[in-house]
Design a protein around this ligand. Sequence first.
Ligand code: AMP
Ligand code: GLY
Length: 425
Amino acid sequence: MDILVIGSGGREHAIVRKLKESPKAGKLYCVPGNGGIACDAACGPVGAMDKEGVLAFAKEHKADFIFVAPDDPLAAGMADFLEAAGFPCFGPNAKAAEIESSKVFSKNLMKKYGIPTAAYEVFTEQGAALEYIREQGKYPVVVKADGLALGKGVVIAQNEQEAEEALQSMMEDKIFGDSGSRVVVEEFLTGPEVTVLAFTDGKTLCPMASSMDHKQAYDGDKGPNTGGMGTISPNPAYTKEAAQRCMEEIFLPTMQAMNAEGRKFKGCLYFGLMLTPDGPKVIEYNSRFGDPEAQVVLPRLETDLAEIITAVAQERLGELEIKWSEKASACVILASGGYPGSYPKGLEIAGLDEKGQIAAMPEVTVYHAGTKRENGKFYTNGGRVLGLTALGDTLEEALETAYRAVDMVNFEGVMYRRDIGRRKL
Ligand code: AMP
Ligand code: GLY
């Protein structure tokens, strides 16, 4: 089975690497890919949103299966388009992907089907939203843009002024474009955060190993929100009891709710959860693997990923038993200086050559997020540049190894968190 993966980040590199282990997988392709992915799959200069371009590439290379990894093409109907052209895909259709692409849709879904989540109201006018926030008078309060906003559409406002600024920038200044025409104002929840990804074909839902993201840019969970600066798996806060409650109160009800709405979800459903004093609640859904959650969860997957994605496409996931390694994993993201604001590109990365020290560490994998390769050398080419993942018998060991690997790579202005996996629960 020749497989084409759509996307260009660390998540896509983790997917490609996992597929490479599969006896079922033949040739691997990735568009547009990046400098590191190009070492593992044949890449082509086709944008992830370019439906016609992707279709032409898939036809030219006679791909047997297409894995649509990022949120934007899913929301734009990439899977619908490719399936209509005869290519089986992993990834939900646009109607199902709305569970991520519209927070208003997902909040209303949870309300309708009694799935635990933060209390909220939806607003289309800034004045009404502000009035509601004033009336409630409870801070912090959470303001979310309805649509996709590169993971930056959520503001936790500590007071009325911050809430007003958030509403102004989303609804009037339109910093996220149309994504901010509607906003969700919701109750601030507390408790440890857990990510659980799940394979589902609409009939069966198989939760993957749990993980924990670190979204803020700086140590101590300070600074601006990013796409994610590091991850660990499993998540120590996610007990067996929590897992069982989530399955019964959140995961299965969500799959059933989507079916009842005529939006059968097939692919990877991402549950962003908070384990509150009142039980687990949903913070957000995503319609795809998380980045960098994929970089810690997939290395622990023991079942053939190619087998799983075909089973999902053919709605026979229930026939598989999915196995996970007992090992722990940790991923530290190396970002460009300045990220998530503006940053330079094209800086040479030292320490990645095949004879380098990292290459000699079997428990470490280097996932490329934003790199390009020229004359055998790697250069920075994005905000998040690399993800260094290590496996270990314990989380402590995985973290220690991942940070040893971090010390072996360098580029000018490199920025990373030194406290991944150290959050007090
Ligand atoms: P999201 O993009 O929806 O995942 O939100 C980004 C981050 O904001 C989450 O990872 C949480 O840390 C935080 N957050 C979102 N909603 C809430 C909430 N209702 N209460 C507390 N924190 C929240
Ligand atoms: N790491 C969070 C996300 O992929 O949305």
